[in-house]
Design a protein around this ligand. Structure first.
Ligand code: IMP
Ligand code: MG
Length: 172
């Protein structure tokens, strides 16, 4: 597997984003809301780079993909959602691919009447976008390749890798 982003590149960018959020949300009731499972590692690193008091929470989104990149039925599960009414929500996902997951989640979360809601994806594949929306914040724009590591999976495996790697079709 070819490394696309190494551990240091990811760590530097996540710190940088955390620094920006520290300024943007200073004095605000921030909730960092991660999308399970892909965002767990990102959330753990990002919140430690945000140097103001804030809360965290999670929602689950699963799209049943037979093959690597074909979007299927998207299921949203808000059972774990904390109270976000009147709070500034930063919705954090591992990757913005077609954008359907982010678009669906932003729509669903409006129902809870947060004070504001912005989106962040560590990775963004602009070539694959299928919705009007773009992420408010992102770590890296990447080409249209299937990537794993740092929370990103293929069939629920490879999430533990410290770096982000391209999974070639012969390895699938
Ligand atoms: P979207 O709804 O098409 O934007 O897809 C978002 C979800 O698809 C992400 O949360 C990932 O779970 C998954 N996904 C999209 N591209 C990749 C990839 O290259 N590697 C691993 N997962 C991906
Ligand atoms: Mg995923």
């Amino acid at each position: 597997m070819e490394t696309l982003l190494n551990e240091k590149a990811i760590a530097d960018r996540v710190s940088e984003l955390g620094g920006s959020f520290t300024e943007i949300y200073r004095g605000r009731p921030l909730t960092v809301l991660g999308v399970l499972n892909g965002s767990v590692i990102l959330v753990a690193d990002l919140i430690r780079a945000i140097n103001i008091p804030h809360q965290i929470g999670f929602v689950r989104a699963s799209s049943y993909r037979g093959e690597t990149t074909v979007a299927g039925q998207l299921t949203i599960d808000t059972d774990l959602l904390p109270d976000i009414t009147g709070r500034d929500v930063l919705l954090v996902d591992d990757i913005f691919d077609t954008g359907r997951t982010m678009a669906r989640l932003l729509g669903e979360l409006q129902r809870y009447q947060p004070a504001s809601i912005r989106s962040m994806a560590l990775l963004w594949k602009p070539a694959r976008r299928e919705v009007e929306l773009v992420p408010d914040f992102y770590g890296f724009q990447i080409p249209d390749a299937f990537v794993v590591g740092y929370g990103l999976d293929y069939n629920d495996d490879y999430r533990h890798l410290r770096q982000i790697q391209v999974l070639n079709s012969e390895e699938i």
